[in-house]
Write a protein that binds this ligand. Structure first.
Ligand code: FMN
Length: 396
């Protein structure tokens, strides 16, 4: 995945330096060549030998050390870098680069590189919130430097809050994103995800088991491919994906209206959500008191979102999902015709490891020409790639 890619990794003096070891190991496993530059402070936390052993390259710290081979090392590394990652990035390094200071090997090399520079900040919450730091970060962002958002949580110093370096797996994902082909650049895509909920009274509602995982995986993959993504999400427990505009909705009608806002300007609508087909006819404004005997709630039809946009469709590619419990293929084919879809991703939600709440799916893709492709069990992330490959074929 990253073979023939040269990554220069700057490691600075924070506790999270130990996590940079994992970053190197993951990048190496993906085939990247990694050259590590450490600041003097960083060597107090982890030894150069650790990075040297994992990267299988010499580690540079001192700009004036006797060179191992004759080349001006900060210039050669600056030129060699396809991407320049600083993880962890201290408040100090960000302040120095924002102000043009080049007083050691790392700062000098960053200053000399034309490669994309990505910082993964790690620091105490008060440092992270310090307006001087914020100003430095904003200045660098406007100059094209990128930042991988730190997480919130318990920090090494014992405080709780923002400033914890992003996890190595997420940092590596971010790097991978830079080398993913930007095949959906200039395309605008709306993805819907999750269930909807319909109120019965102020304390009760009806919903379904949709987790939103499939839709979120599609939105993240589309973003990686360069698309302008809007994720319209019912209530889920998933984190808001970075760099994606998320519109939160509750009801099926709210979901329809949110899509309508964008429909004219989008290229693709992928409806991975499971909106409720029915809603209570009357929503009680007071909590319904329990009584003896049964309670009847009359449900009325919600609008059919896919059919609605199938009628309005002009240039847009429309992708639907069919979560079925029986006659999966027959029902999916009917849906394609009735709703004017380009293709449908069908799955039997009664099968183990497929459908709602599962991390994997077993899908069949059926297109409007009658082609049927069965796929084996795979992660929702893998299926997202297949779905977007099919969308790309249609766009081209
Ligand atoms: C135990 C310890 C932990 C530290 N952790 C951080 C940190 O997470 N983030 C940070 O910005 N500075 C941290 N510092 C302060 C930096 O090491 C200090 O600002 C240093 O000058 C950074 O140098 P560098 O940016 O050249 O590596 C820490 C210092 C110590 C002693």
């Amino acid at each position: 995945m990253l073979s023939n890619v040269n990554i220069v990794l700057g490691v600075t003096g924070g506790i999270a330096a130990y996590k940079a070891v994992d970053v190197v190991s993951r990048l190496k496993k993906l085939g990247a060549n990694v050259d590590v530059i450490m600041t003097k402070s960083a060597t107090k936390f982890v030894t150069p030998l650790t990075f040297q052993s994992l990267s299988q390259n010499l580690v540079t710290v001192d700009m004036f050390a006797e060179p191992k081979k004759w080349e001006v090392e900060h210039i050669s590394l600056a030129q060699k870098a396809d991407i320049f990652l600083v993880a962890p990035a201290t408040a100090n390094i960000i302040g120095k680069i924002a102000n043009g200071i080049a007083d050691d090997m790392l700062t000098t090399t960053i200053m000399a590189t034309k490669a994309k520079v990505i910082f993964a900040p790690a620091m105490n919450t008060n440092m992270y919130r310090n307006p001087i730091f914020k100003e430095n970060m904003e200045k660098l962002k406007t100059l094209g430097y990128e930042f991988i958002k730190p997480a919130s949580g318990r920090l090494a110093c014992g405080d709780y809050g923002e400033g914890k370096m992003a996890e190595p797996a997420d940092i590596v994902e971010y790097i991978k994103m830079h080398f993913t082909k930007r095949t959906l650049l200039n395309k605008k895509i709306v993805v819907t995800a999750g269930p909807t909920i319909e109120k019965i009274d102020p304390v009760r509602y009806i919903t379904n088991f949709s987790s939103g995982k499939m839709g979120y995986a599609i939105a993240i993959e589309a973003k990686k491919r360069g698309a302008d993504v809007i994720l319209i999400s019912g209530p889920t427990n998933l984190d808001k994906p970075d760099g994606i505009k998320v519109i939160n909705v509750n009801t099926t009608i709210e979901m329809l209206k949110a899509i309508e806002e964008y429909f004219d300007e989008i290229d693709v609508l992928i409806k991975a959500a499971a909106p409720l087909d029915y809603r209570p006819e009357v929503v009680s404004d007071k909590k319904i008191k329990k009584q003896d005997g049964s309670l009847n709630i009359k449900l009325v039809r919600n609008p059919d979102i896919l059919a609605y946009f199938g009628k309005l469709k002009k240039k847009q590619i429309l992708v639907g999902f069919a979560a079925e419990t029986n006659d999966v293929i027959e029902n999916a084919i009917k849906k394609i015709r009735n709703k004017n879809l380009d293709f449908i991703v069908a799955n039997d939600v009664t099968v183990k490891n497929a459908g709602f709440r599962s991390n994997t799916n077993i899908a069949t893709i059926i297109d409007n020409k009658g082609n049927v492709n069965d796929y084996p069990q795979m992660s929702k992330e893998e299926l997202a790639k297949i779905i977007l490959d099919r969308v790309e074929e249609l766009l081209s």
